[in-house]
Design a protein around this ligand. Structure first.
Ligand SMILES: Cc1ncc(COP(=O)(O)O)c(C=O)c1O
Length: 397
């Protein structure tokens, strides 16, 4: 048998899966809704790398289901640091990489311990939905700052972020690669944000959970790696959980990028890291250490899915505006022209008329009105079917 690291992603058995098969597997995405096709939550149907499965299974069979021991904790930090070095050219010391249960826990730490007490959280929109609501539960205002466009590409509106920070904002959420638009911000864009944040003495929470999912022609640049200034004002969060589809194993990474923040984190680290599960830490380490070849196959497959959807929509629903993502496995569909004059929220309309469950863009902020987020991490025949269903429903609208 070949070692797990050498097992490539093989879509053949996947392509035969029907919606009934996927429901029978029991995932949240397929069982919490009754539409013909489930393309809403950012979960993948593509399984995980054999090396990740082996690590998670071994954790259970070897009895490593207790509290997190120091050796796997250190090994995961090193594997994550090495991944950042090899894939993105960022030399972050392993001692600055900490396990947390999930990215939302890292956001909590960033808000609670690294942003000015009481300051508002500045959220560029459209945004990953919980960022619009969760900071309020921690007593913080959320200021939505709509992104703008540059030559048709969604980009951060730096003037508006500048104004929001000037009005008292203390922390900017930067999601890169971006959920839901799929943008991968360039080094220049990140440097420009860094200059604005620096001017206000503010902070950035860099959510890089989708970093391993960057498509050909684009490159992930960790925000904290851009300059000494960005390293000084950033808390980074990432995880193997999206790319290798293991959010249920509860492990992400919080990365500090300067000695002062390392010192601030130290006394709060017990509680902050307590929720990371031992099997999750082992699985994340395996993903970073051995999951690269499998992921490269997945990226090819996802790019094919993104193109397949574009082809179907271009042929059968040209009024839908959609550009395949630069990163992530999310498709951001602009249905404003296609559904002009219809009253129902886009998400409900698509569920009722097309049988496709998506995330309604309005849940990503006011600027998402008339948009829908569709998850492309499905067997390709289902991506094509979703596109055809949407096109057929629009033809009748
Ligand atoms: C941008 C972004 N951040 C965070 C999360 C959630 O991550 P976690 O489950 O680690 O909290 C997601 C999940 O889709 C996401 O897309």
């Amino acid at each position: 048998m070949s070692p797990p690291a050498l097992v490539p992603f093989d879509p053949r058995s996947l392509e035969a899966l029907t919606p009934a098969d996927l429901r029978a597997r029991g995932s949240l995405k397929w069982t919490a809704v009754t539409t013909e096709i489930a393309a809403w939550v950012a979960e993948s149907d593509l399984g995980t790398a054999p090396a990740v499965t082996a690590a998670a299974v071994a954790a259970v069979t070897d009895g490593l289901t207790g509290y997190l021991p120091p050796a796997p904790r250190a090994a995961m930090a090193q594997a994550c640091a090495d991944w950042h070095h090899q894939r993105y050219g960022w030399d972050v010391p392993a001692r600055w990489v900490h396990p947390v249960a999930d990215v939302l826990e890292a956001l909590h730490v960033a808000v609670e311990h690294f942003s000015r007490p009481g300051s508002a959280v500045v959220v560029p929109t459209p945004a990953y939905m919980p960022f619009l609501t969760v900071p309020r539960q921690w007593g913080r205002d959320v200021v939505q700052v709509p992104m703008t466009t540059d030559g048709g590409r969604p980009v951060l509106d730096l003037e508006a972020i500048d104004a929001a920070l000037g009005a008292g904002g203390g922390l900017v959420t930067l999601v890169n690669p971006h959920n839901p638009t799929g943008r991968v911000h360039t080094r220049d864009e990140l440097a420009a944000l860094g200059a604005v944040v620096e001017r206000h003495g503010a902070r950035v929470f860099a959510d890089e959970i989708h970093a391993p999912l960057v498509h050909t022609g684009h490159r992930h640049v960790p925000y904290a790696s851009v300059s000494a200034a960005t390293a000084a004002h950033t808390i980074t969060a990432t995880s193997a959980s999206k790319a290798w589809n293991i959010p249920g194993l509860k492990c992400a990474q919080l990365i500090v990028s300067n000695e002062a923040d390392a010192a601030t984190f130290e006394p709060v680290s017990f509680l902050a890291t307590h929720g990371a599960s031992t099997p999750g830490v082992l699985a994340n380490a395996a993903a970073y250490r051995e999951g690269g070849p499998w992921l490269d196959g997945v990226l090819d497959y996802l790019a094919g899915n993104a193109t397949a959807l574009a082809d179907v929509l271009a042929e059968h629903a040209p009024a839908v505006r959609y550009t395949p993502p630069e990163g992530t496995y999310l498709a951001w569909l602009d249905l404003r022209a296609a559904l002009a004059g219809h009253d129902l929220p886009v998400g409900r309309w698509l569920a009722e008329h097309a049988g496709v469950e998506v995330v309604d863009g309005i849940r990503c902020g006011r600027v998402g009105l008339g948009f829908a987020r569709l998850t492309l991490a499905m067997p390709r025949p289902l991506v094509v079917a979703a596109g055809r269903r949407i096109a057929a429903a629009l033809a009748e609208a």
